[in-house]
Write a protein that binds this ligand. Structure first.
Ligand code: ASP
Length: 716
């Protein structure tokens, strides 16, 4: 294994010369720098990632744990997507201070708004620890023992690798367990909102334009990292200072041309390129159609509510975006995979794998393909039950997830804990209830409940349904609508006034009565059902599947030595590169690489929720008052490039050959969303806001030129 591990490293670096340009997300300590330079990069590997000197990595931020941001000034100013800052902005918004609708701009440091709970992390170092993690482990090692040894060693390595409370360390698996890498991060938690455009710029085009080219969205927002007097992470304090980074990205004013080298540096979330044909079939033919249908219907309810009042619009803004984003992505993913004959391609590949395996001496390689197919088939009902549990609990009616937030309080009361312990749990429950009611309206929730639970009932094997859900069939005649009416009319979890009063003032004995409430029981039934009937079987099969995948990936590397392999995205820091270029997404149709403000104006629909524009922007357009940010008399808004990106790359910087910021990655075209499973270099393109459009909005539209003054603008 040791040999394989070091061989793997040599392999990754050595064979990079034949990389099919643009596919792949590279670990920054294992860059194929020669190939990148051949494609136009002017930097060295050390300029991109170094632990000994300032490098680009010091400007790359894991934003809120899910998106990417980048440092663009020496005073800790960071740039990310409007859609990444959306939750934070929603929490700061009210009907009176509607920052979602009107935007927000601090005009000096004192105007910046603290965002409780928001974090900004930097990667401190990355180290290949494969040899240590896998020492003595062989293909013969029992799976449970193997996993235990890996978990223990990973925890030991992580524990000895942090230098204080601001640091966290984690050992992550790459190539399905063929490589292990230590990642040490430093996290700041005083992050403040500096500026965000109104949604009519930052979310211009709404769901209609999401995942679509041509695009005209100014999808950006700015925050600032604050540190203590020693420039170290600290909890929020009024006298914290703007963080002085080791590196901040210079901002290019030179413009972006077709063919220019581009590099995207960030934290891509999840790709599944090694997925088997049986897995692709499950995604495209089983789970995506059900999830798409569920979300389409809950969105219908939520969208209508949001259009009916400002209060509902603010209440549901972040949730609606979360639901609709993946909904539309899955539609595109299915379309792309079908058109590209992904299933057929996977099957063909599996056939050639099987041929190689048949003549191999390795018994594991011979067996792995049929083991994987069998596992996928056996796992399917559990996988579906798990996937739809996630849909219901996290994207469906909020009452189910909320129900478990009271469990801590119930447990302390039942255990007869000390009064101060009960009090502290009571406070937690009150806080959770306030958050839940702030972001939900019970009439909307009732309707979401109906459409989601109806579909859930129809989709899940009855043997795997939670008991209470089964009762909707057996005791309530399958009438979800009538059940929802009763539930939302009677449950205390749907009654803000009564529940808040009970939680704040009720005696412990009265509080425990909630445990007989129908909605509470339903919620419990979901969690108990999941933990007892679904999760154990799913996890057990998953562990075997992962082990089989490890062998499958290792075998591929041996069978096809002239192919290039890259490790799937796993929310760790990656570099991907390509160039500014359009594509032909469908027969007879071409995507040009740029859009301009002319297109923004063409799409403008006064009064429309998605395509309205602020008057000031229209005036600037009419007066052609673009400042120094124009190209040939117009303003470029967005561009396409062939970088392999995924969710989590939202907010990543697009960097030119010299290490300067030229754009802000925020999306992919609809045909590209298949790239999470299969990358098609002819079609897959990422979408970025041109940085000069961002500067234009900050400077000319918002009048926040003090922010431009702190950036390093590069003119030639
Ligand atoms: N817009 C995308 C997202 O929200 C980014 C991507 O997947 O390319 O996740």
């Amino acid at each position: 294994m040791k040999r394989i591990a070091s061989w793997l490293t040599v392999f990754l670096v050595g064979f990079s010369l034949i990389v099919r340009a643009h596919e792949g997300m590279w670990i920054p300590i294992l860059l194929d720098i020669d190939n990148m330079q051949r494609h136009g990069l002017k930097l060295s590997a050390e300029d991109i990632f170094s632990v000994n000197q300032a490098s680009l990595k010091d400007a790359i931020v894991h934003f809120g744990g899910g998106c990417t941001a980048e440092v663009i000034s020496e005073k800790g100013l960071i740039l990310t997507n409007h859609h990444c800052g959306y939750g934070a902005v929603q929490r700061l918004s009210s009907v009176e201070n509607d920052y979602l609708k009107d935007g927000f701009w601090a005009m000096d440091h004192s105007g910046e708004l603290p965002c409780a709970g928001l974090t900004a992390s930097f990667v401190d170092r990355i180290e290949d620890v494969t040899d240590e993690v896998l020492e003595g482990i062989t293909d013969e090692t029992d799976i449970a023992e193997r996993n235990l040894m890996i978990a223990m060693r990973s925890a030991q390595i992580a524990a000895r690798s942090t230098d204080g409370p601001a640091y966290s360390a984690e050992v992550k698996s790459f190539f399905h367990g063929n490589q292990y890498i230590l990642i040490v991060k430093k996290t700041f938690n005083d992050v403040r909102l500096v500026g965000t455009p109104p949604s009519s710029i930052g979310k211009f085009g709404g769901d209609t334009d999401n995942w679509v080219w041509p695009r005209h969205t100014g999808d950006f927002a700015m925050f600032r990292i604050y540190a203590n007097a020693d420039n170290q992470p600290a909890d929020y304090a009024a006298d914290n200072k703007p963080y002085a980074p080791a590196h901040s990205l210079p901002v290019s004013m030179k413009g972006v041309k077709e063919g220019d080298f581009t590099m995207v540096y960030g934290f891509p979330g999840l790709t599944e390129q090694y997925m088997m044909s049986t897995g692709v079939e499950y995604v495209t033919e089983v789970v995506n159609p059900i999830r798409i249908d569920m979300r389409e219907n809950s969105l219908r309810v939520i969208d209508a509510a949001m259009a009916s009042s400002d209060a509902l619009r603010i209440q549901y803004a972040a949730r609606q975006s979360r639901i609709s984003n993946a909904w539309k992505k899955w539609i595109g993913q299915n379309m792309g995979l079908e058109r590209f004959n992904a299933l057929e391609k996977k099957r063909n590949f599996e056939r050639s794998f099987s041929e190689k395996a048949a003549s191999s001496q390795n018994e594991y390689y011979k067996a792995v393909m049929s083991v994987l197919h069998e596992l996928h088939t056996e796992m399917r009902p559990y996988q579906l039950a798990r996937d739809l549990f996630i849909e219901v609990v996290f994207y469906g009616p909020q009452i189910i997830d909320f129900s478990r937030k009271l469990d801590g309080l119930f447990a302390t009361i039942e255990e007869g804990a000390e009064p101060d312990v009960i009090e502290s749990e009571r406070e937690k429950a009150v806080r959770a209830a306030k958050r839940y009611f702030k972001d939900s309206d019970q009439r909307v929730e009732r309707d979401v409940f109906e459409v989601i639970i109806q579909r859930y009932l129809a989709a899940i094997d009855p043997g795997l349904q939670p008991e209470k859900v089964k009762e909707i069939r057996t005791r309530h005649g399958g009438n979800v609508s009538a059940y929802a009416d009763r539930l939302y009319a009677k449950s205390i979890l749907a009654n803000e006034e009564a529940l808040m009063k009970l939680l704040e003032l009720g005696s412990p004995k009265k509080i425990l009565k909630i445990k007989n409430d129908e909605a509470y029981l339903l919620g419990q039934s979901f969690f108990v059902g999941f933990n007892e009937q679904i999760r154990p079987q799913y996890d057990a099969m998953r562990a075997v599947l992962e082990e089989a995948m490890r062998i499958y990936v290792k075998a591929q590397m041996e069978f096809f030595p002239d192919r290039t392999f890259w490790s799937d995205a796993n929310s760790t820091l990656r570099v991907t590169y390509g160039k500014v270029e359009g594509c032909i997404p469908q027969d007879g149709m071409a995507y040009l690489p740029h859009t301009t403000i002319e297109g923004v104006m063409h799409k403008y629909k006064p009064g429309d929720v998605e395509f309205d524009l602020p008057e000031r922007l229209i005036r600037l357009y009419e007066e052609k008052d673009f400042g120094p940010y124009a190209t040939d008399g117009t303003l470029n808004v967005a561009f396409l490039a062939s970088n392999h990106t995924t969710g989590g790359n939202s907010g990543s910087p697009v960097i030119n050959a010299n290490g300067e910021l030229i754009g802000l990655n925020f999306d992919r075209s609809w045909e590209s969303t298949m790239s999470d499973i299969m990358f098609n270099p002819d079609i897959c393109r990422n979408i970025s806001v041109d940085v000069r459009y961002i500067l234009f909005v900050v400077d000319k539209f918002a009048g926040a030129s003090w922010l431009i003054d702190e950036m390093k603008l590069v003119h030639n």
